[in-house]
Design a protein around this ligand. Structure first.
Ligand code: ADP
Ligand code: MG
Ligand code: ZN
Length: 478
């Protein structure tokens, strides 16, 4: 029997606000345990939560970018459960009437584009962190993270393979990063992904029983966990068994998923409106204002780069992979650099150095102005492309201007007719048989001459100039 995987994804995105969702505590990461807490996020009786306007604003921005409807009225609910990292005994979340719903994003997989529907995106608070210290010394609880704002983004079960989920997560991460609402770091847990997966016989329209996968903290593990789970469920079904609705944890070391708990139902959480919080009323005016201020999204920028700068698809993809890299590139072009040549430099030389240093374009020591200066010197023949490439690492690291560096290294290209003609005459004099061949119409010999002149000049001759001068010289000397 062949089965079709059906997958819906829940993503928790940590919002980049400075303070927490319902109190004024800092969201700064890596501070000493329990130093960023107050009665509200500690869950002390009598403390009152107040919704963070910046978090609501970010949720609206993300919702609009995900083509969602923003609910003008939405409210917070208590999701009740017990765990040591949740001292209140409930998490403030949204249940019925979330802030964003009914959205979609375009997805490109293996050359075809489809829509993945977003069921909902709602605001909630994060829990604290349990730290299981060395054996015998018990467990510790750090509540610095308790109350950090999260946007939970839930898709319809529209995905059908590990590759589709991978593409969806990357598209989502790129959008959230472009909007600056989430840093999208899966390894550090600021973007957490929980795929729900079931199988059904090919051609069947009703869904099978799903399993929820947790504890996945990299794009690679998402794929591994899904592929493992597809194989596991296929085997269960083929052996005549049934898949149980449960939550399974991905075990990186074993490369397997294992049962964590049988799946709880929504009613187990006894959701009810949080009586301490007013419903959120979001005016049409506010939504429109946010819509107008929304920045260009990755997909739109990609298309514009292809159209406006006549770039190959690959270039446009690399350049728009981050907003700051795209901005860097566009600044260069606006300063007058040639679009395709600039793309080659940014994707090649610049990205190599940036990746090596592990930094983004926003921190590049070479500003667009300085890069354009170098590109201009290549274009006007002051320095050869080859020499400029070799020079780049020093140019990048030293902070010197292209002019100064070319002067210093003596890499200035020879374009003056005087010295070039001298090289050419010597080469012609030394190669009478090749000269004869050229004059008999064997034009391919020209390449040989260019090579000889370049060699004679120690690589500094301007090849284009040499080409032009050679043609006249070879014929003119008859
Ligand atoms: P739960 O209440 O268990 O969290 P939901 O119905 O809220 O389940 O769905 C959670 C996620 O699981 C959504 O992304 C949804 O698209 C997906 N999902 C629901 N049913 C299935 C199924 N049968 N197979 C795969 N994914 C599913
Ligand atoms: Mg769920
Ligand atoms: Zn607090």
């Amino acid at each position: 029997m062949t089965y079709e995987p059906v997958i819906g994804v829940e993503v928790h995105a940590q919002l980049l606000t400075r303070s927490k969702m319902f109190c004024g505590c800092s969201t700064d990461f890596g501070q000493p345990p329990n130093t960023q807490t107050c009665p509200t996020c500690l869950g002390l009786p009598g403390s009152l939560p107040v919704a963070n306007e910046a978090a609501v604003h970010m949720a609206i921005r993300a919702g609009l970018a995900l083509n969602c409807t923003i609910r003008s009225s939405n409210w917070f609910a208590r999701k009740n459960y017990f765990y040591p990292d949740l001292p209140k005994g409930y998490q403030i979340s949204q249940y019925e009437e979330p802030i964003c719903e009914h959205g979609w994003i375009p997805l490109e997989v293996h050359g075809t584009t489809k829509r993945v529907r977003i069921r909902r995106a709602h605001l909630e608070e994060d829990a604290g962190k349990n730290i299981h210290a060395s054996a015998g010394s018990g467990s510790l609880v750090d509540l610095n993270r308790a109350g950090t704002p999260l946007l939970e983004i839930v898709t319809e079960p529209d995905l059908h393979s590990a590759d589709e989920v991978d593409a969806y997560l990357k598209a989502l991460r790129d959008i959230l990063r472009y909007l600056n609402v989430c840093d999208g770091n899966m390894e550090e847990g600021s973007l957490r992904c929980e795929p729900n997966l079931s199988l059904r016989p090919k051609g069947e329209t009703t869904f099978g029983t799903k399993v929820e996968l947790k504890n996945i903290n990299s794009f690679k593990f998402v794929k591994d966990a899904i592929d493992y789970e597809i194989t596991r469920q296929t085997q269960v079904l083929n052996e005549g068994g049934t898949v149980h609705q449960e939550t399974r944890l991905w075990d990186t070391a074993k490369g397997k998923t294992a049962v964590m708990r049988s799946k709880e139902e929504a009613h187990d959480y006894r959701y009810f409106p949080d009586p301490d919080l007013m419903p959120l009323h979001i005016s049409e005016g506010w939504i429109e204002q946010v819509r107008e201020g929304l920045e260009e999204l990755p997909q739109a920028k990609l298309q514009r780069f292809i159209n406006d700068y006549d770039l190959p698809d690959h270039d446009a993809r690399v350049l728009t992979s981050s907003r700051t890299l795209a901005d860097y590139y566009e600044t260069c072009v606006q300063l007058g650099a040639q679009p395709k040549a600039t793309s080659n430099w940014v994707m090649g030389e610049l990205l190599r150095e940036l990746n090596h240093a592990g930094i983004g374009a926003e921190d590049a020591p070479v500003t667009p102005e300085r890069l354009v200066e170098l590109l201009t010197l290549v274009e006007d023949g002051t320095i050869s492309l080859k020499a400029a490439r070799e020079l780049f690492p020093e140019f990048y690291a030293s902070g010197k201007t292209a002019h100064a560096l070319i002067q210093e290294t003596g890499l200035r290209q020879v374009s003056d007719e005087g010295p070039l003609t001298e090289f050419i005459q010597t080469v012609i004099a030394n190669n009478p048989s090749q000269v004869a061949q050229y004059r008999e119409g064997k034009e391919a010999v020209l390449g040989y001459f260019v090579g000889q002149v370049m060699k004679a000049s120690g690589g500094k001759a301007n090849p284009k100039k040499v080409n032009d001068l050679l043609k006249t010289a070879l014929l003119g000397n008859e």
